[in-house]
Each structure stands twice: as C-alpha cells, then as structure tokens.
Design a binder for this molecule. Structure first.
Ligand SMILES: Cc1cc2nc3c(=O)[nH]c(=O)nc-3n(C[C@H](O)[C@H](O)[C@H](O)COP(=O)(O)OP(=O)(O)OC[C@H]3O[C@@H](n4cnc5c(N)ncnc54)[C@H](O)[C@@H]3O)c2cc1C
Length: 415
C-alpha cells in the first residue's frame, strides 16, 4: 500500500482526490491460516499487526462479526494513562503508553495522540492515601506521575470547584504524559498497517463454533463457512464468555454495559482529562469542543450496547458538584459498550484449557489505553506458544492459584 505523506495530499488535491486506495483489503477467507484472531477491535488488530511486524507471521486472519472497530474500541472515551499500582500492570500499561507516543509514525496513520495530561482527583482521605501510594509505586516503576495538592489541581484545571459541596478536592494524581487519542483512528491505523503486511481482515464474518480434536483446536465455523487454523486467539471483549463456551471452557469474566455521553460543543474549557472517582464521573474535551463524559458501569450483567436515562442523570449530577460550569450544557449523544470485567480488574492474556486456543480479554472499562502493549504481548505469546514476561502474570490460572493483580483503585470508575 502506498504511504500517506504531505506529498500524497498535495498530489491528490490536484486531481480531486481520485487516486486514494482503499485503506485496507477486503479479501474472501482462505481455507486455512496459521493464526486466526477473532475480533477486529483494537486488541485483535494490534495483535495481528505485531504478529506480522515483530514476528514475520503473516498467514493470519482477523475475523469480525460486524465492522472493524465497532465494538468497545469505537465506543470508549479514549483515556490513556499508565498510573496503575501493581508492577505487572505498570509494565504493560506503560509499554502501551510509550508505544502511543510514536504510533502515528509507526503505523503511518494519524491516531491523534494528545498527551494533554490526566488528573485523578482525591476527594476523600482514603482516596488521597491510595493515590499517594500509587504515586510512590509509579516512581519505583519509573512512570512519571506525581501527587499534587488542591491548589495545584486548581491551577491545572481552572474550571474545577475544589471546595465541595460534599467532597472537597484534597489533591490529585497527575500524569502529565497521559492523555487521549482518536479511537477510530487507532483501529483504522492498525487495520491498514496489518492489511498492508498481508493480514486478511474479514468483516461481517461471525464465529459461530470452534472445532477441536483430541490434540486441540483445528478451526472455526463462521457465517462465511469453516476455516481451519493452527492457533486461535479470542479477542472479543464483552463476548468472551460466549466464545469460551463455544470452545468448551468457562471464564471468570462478567459482561456489563458501560455508558458515555457527549455535550453540545463549546469553546475550549478544559485542556486535560479529569477523573473524579468518588463522585463517579470523568470528563475531557474533544477537538470538536464536546465534553466527553463517562461514569460507572451498570450494576447488573447485560449485553446492551446503548445508553439509559438513569446514567445521564447520575453521571451529570455527580460531575456538577465538582464542575458547576457543566450544569448549563445540553447533552447531545449517549451510547454504551459491553465491557468484560474480571474480579481483580486486570486483564487475562494467556493460554486456555484447550491446546492452541489463546485468549486476550478482561480489559473491562480500561482497555483502550492498553491496545498497543496488549497487541505486542499477545503477538509475542502467539509466536512463541508461551506468554512472555509482559503477558505472563495475566494468565488465566491466576484465578485458581490466587495470584490476583488487584487494580480496584486504578480501575474504579476511572478508565
Ligand atoms: C463507554 C466506554 C468508555 C470507555 N472508556 C475507556 C477509556 O477512556 N480508556 C480506556 O483505556 N478504555 C476505555 N474503555 C474500555 C475499552 O473501550 C475496551 O477495553 C477496549 O476497547 C477493548 O478492546 P477490544 O479490542 O478488546 O474489544 P472490542 O473493541 O469490543 O472488539 C471486540 C470485537 O469482537 C467482535 N466479536 C464479538 N463476538 C464475535 C464473534 N463471535 N465473531 C467475530 N467477531 C466477534 C465484536 O464485534 C468486536 O468488534 C471504555 C469502554 C466503554 C464501553
């Protein structure tokens, strides 16, 4: 595929944009592949890209039941940060954040990475102690964050009300190189780059069954017919339990809807991301001027990819305490995605009980930020047949061995 460049833009401007190629190929599936990745969200596409780029494995198909990037990858609020507590999480999220720094150049696709800074507010004494502890842990892991006092929070976020009414701001965990990226562009960039390295991305191809013999996986049944494979990787977020059932095992994952909304567009108000975990809401401002607002996940299991009135009310009411300025804004759009939650709020990357089947899931409310690092680690695992150092701690057997990676403070309402 031809590279995007300033020269290409000038050339196409002169010929009325008649020469652009399609961004990725849309092939018919072959009878067999070395690796099949199920799910063309960010994690599945990044896995396929790094399989091809880092390990030279290109006989790969990514099967997607709908359109690529239409799952949680295209529905999230795009927060990128690596201020997690446990060493295993710090390693994979920081690898990911650092890959985001140069992702546009690597993929030759503008993913609009904007390291505008992420502030996680402390609004109770216990939250303050927990975030101070995280700041110390981050320093040990060489991740640049700092715990700042309330006056500094006000300096960084002038529209904030640090005085209450219920929960005054006591300080915040500030990560200056955290930020946002354009979610669709991340999916499209990985898809284009993977396709140009020879990966087949097959959309509207639902996996409906998994075939295995005594030695392990042999292929999948799909809405476009059966496809054989040597290795299979399930990367389907909220549908992970459904695919695991097809393969004959169970996962410690619950699927729930997580919602977000945007306001009408306004002039620039806030130039970083702010999360208020105690009142249960967070916001940032998009390039169009909309406030991008999110809250907590539904309190019951469901597969509903849409919003509900109760959430608008709960989330906006909570945020108005800390950001009174938003009380006059009209809310414009609302949507939902199905997130895959584990008990310790950390992902699962690893082998499954079926030889040849690997899994990447459990990113819950916070996997957008992890797409590059997760794809990197999952590709390494698929290429070697064993998880490497980065994926190792996130294996499925941690739930039977009691090796939890507790990220409930980092993940709470924060994404
Ligand atoms: C409202 C909301 C806000 C969020 N905010 C943030 C945030 O600010 N920061 C952050 O880091 N994370 C955030 N997240 C979480 C993040 O979006 C997800 O963790 C991440 O996108 C998961 O990516 P994925 O590739 O694993 O899954 P997905 O993008 O959901 O991709 C999985 C794909 O699998 C496909 N699929 C399912 N079943 C089948 C089948 N049988 N056959 C073929 N294909 C199948 C689906 O169609 C889908 O396209 C948020 C999520 C939501 C819903």
């Amino acid at each position: 595929m031809r590279r995007y460049s300033a020269f290409a833009i000038a050339r196409e401007a002169l010929r009325q944009h008649s020469g652009w190629e399609t961004a990725w190929r849309s092939p018919e599936p072959k009878a067999a592949y070395d690796v099949i990745v199920v799910g063309a969200g960010g994690h599945g596409l990044a896995t396929a890209y790094y399989l091809a780029k880092n390990h030279g494995i290109t006989n790969v198909a990514v099967l997607e039941k709908a359109w690529l990037g239409g799952g949680n990858t295209g529905r999230n609020t795009t927060i990128i940060r690596s201020n997690y507590l446990q060493p295993a999480s710090a390693a994979i999220y920081e690898k990911s954040r650092s890959l985001y720094e140069t992702l546009s150049q690597d993929l030759n696709y503008n993913v609009m990475f904007s390291p505008r800074g992420v502030m996680m507010l402390a609004q109770t004494e216990s939250e303050k102690r927990a975030l101070q502890r995280t700041a110390h842990a981050n320093r040990l892991a060489q991740i640049h964050t700092e715990f700042v006092d309330a006056a500094r929070v006000k300096e960084i976020v002038p529209i904030i009300n640090i005085e209450g009414p219920r929960y005054p701001v006591l300080g915040g965990l500030w990560q200056p190189r955290g930020g946002t990226a354009r979610h669709d562009a991340v999916a499209w960039g990985y898809a284009r780059a993977a396709s140009s390295l020879g990966v087949d991305i097959i959309q509207t191809c639902e996996v409906t069954g998994i075939d295995r013999d005594a030695r392990g996986v042999t292929g999948v049944r799909t809405s476009k017919g059966p496809i054989a494979c040597k290795k299979l990787c399930l990367v389907v977020a909220g549908s992970s339990g459904v695919l695991a059932e097809q393969a004959g095992f169970r996962l410690p994952v619950e699927s729930v809807a997580l919602q977000a909304l945007v306001s009408e567009p306004v002039k620039p108000l806030i130039d970083c991301v702010v999360m208020a975990n105690t009142v249960h809401g967070y916001l940032s401002q998009s390039d169009k001027g909309e406030l991008v607002i999110g809250g907590g996940a539904d309190g019951f299991n469901n597969y509903t990819q849409r919003g509900s009135f109760q959430h608008i009310e709960e989330t906006v009411r909570a945020l108005i305490e800390t950001f009174p300025v938003i009380s006059r804004l009209k809310m414009l759009r609302q949507w939902g995605g199905i997130v895959d939650m584990t008990g310790d709020r950390s992902p699962i990357i690893g082998k499954t009980p079926v030889p040849g089947i690997f899994i990447n899931c459990g990113w819950g409310t916070g996997g957008f930020k992890a797409i590059p690092g997760s794809g990197w680690a999952t590709a390494e695992m698929l290429a070697r047949g064993e998880p490497g150092d980065m994926a190792g701690p996130f294996s499925l057997d941690r739930f039977t061995e009691g090796r939890m990676i507790d990220e409930s403070v980092a993940a709470a309402v924060a994404h």
